[in-house]
Design a protein around this ligand. Structure first.
Ligand SMILES: Nc1ncnc2c1ncn2[C@@H]1O[C@H](COP(=O)(O)OP(=O)(O)OP(=O)(O)O)[C@@H](O)[C@H]1O
Length: 256
């Protein structure tokens, strides 16, 4: 085993801003699903580079593999083949416990199903990742309050998740993903349930966090405003990424 590529799973964060290394380098990633005997290759020898602070939007039709790719980049699902290198370290060499620790520290997720704990308040749900990581309760509370204010939920801190509207729950999920100041946010339609005003607020917040703390962003979105804000737009064709220019795939394959 190549220990040079084994991530150090102690200590906070993953990337060194000045290291010059890409935040993510995916090499030759493949993923095949088995559907009652038939194999479907959704991701096929895909390579991808994301620099620190970069923001990227994945667009395209249903079923092309956007969520599959997001899960693999987020280490929630292991590919059948390929390397996933975060800041020079191949995270696929970690065992499941180490990988969970790395993921909890470095990556924020917002998926379409929020998985909030319904009986816990907005504040308690948002504090959870910090508490799991061993942050002192008072600090976790202060950080959670601050980010809930930024997503516009100052008046809802003590409300149980089950009592919140769909859009409010989505913003709590976003606050929970952001509270630990992840190196990267992976988001699947993060403003899908929100009205125009709240969508704009969240888009602004994502760009501010990108600017303030260098948080990278990979977002699956059909929202034209959000797609216009990110620095690169890509789609998946035949299992590989293609850059988009004016909404059309660039002829050459995506360079990793
Ligand atoms: N766990 C699974 N088992 C079998 N097939 C799967 C599994 N997950 C996804 N697939 C298949 O892989 C393909 C890509 O699915 P994926 O959810 O990644 O697409 P998507 O582009 O995110 O779609 P949408 O925009 O509808 O969410 C689909 O054909 C889907 O049926």
């Amino acid at each position: 085993m190549d220990n040079d590529h084994r991530p150090d799973d102690t200590g906070p964060g993953t990337h060194t801003a000045n290291s010059g290394l890409p935040l993510i380098q995916a090499n030759g990633i493949s993923k095949t699903y088995n559907h009652s005997g038939a194999c479907i290759t959704v991701i096929d020898n895909l390579s991808f580079r994301l620099d620190c602070k970069e923001t990227i939007g994945i667009v395209g039709a249903s079923g092309i593999g956007k969520s599959t790719l997001l899960h693999i980049l987020g280490t929630l699902d292991r590919p059948d083949a390929g390397q996933l290198v975060y800041s020079g370290k191949d995270v696929l060499l970690l065992d499941d416990t180490q990988l969970a620790r790395f993921r909890n520290r470095a990556i924020g997720f917002v998926f379409q199903f929020h998985h909030l704990l319904p009986e816990f308040s907005a504040l308690e749900n948002t504090m959870m990742p910090a508490l799991i990581n061993g942050t002192e309760k008072k600090t976790a509370r202060a950080e959670a309050e601050a980010i809930l204010v930024r997503v516009g939920l100052k008046e809802r801190l003590g409300h149980r998740a089950a009592e919140l509207s769909g859009g409010e729950q989505q913003r709590v999920a976003l606050a929970r993903a952001l509270v630990q100041q992840p190196d990267i946010l992976l988001a699947d339609e993060p403003t899908g349930n929100l009205d125009r005003g709240n969508s704009d607020r969240i888009h602004r917040l994502l760009m501010e966090l990108n600017e303030e703390m260098g948080m990278a962003l990979v977002v699956v979105t059909h929202n034209p405003e959000l797609a216009a804000l990110v620095s690169r737009r890509v789609t998946i064709l035949n299992g590989r990424l293609h850059e988009l220019n004016n909404g059309l795939p660039v002829a050459s394959s995506f360079k990793g």
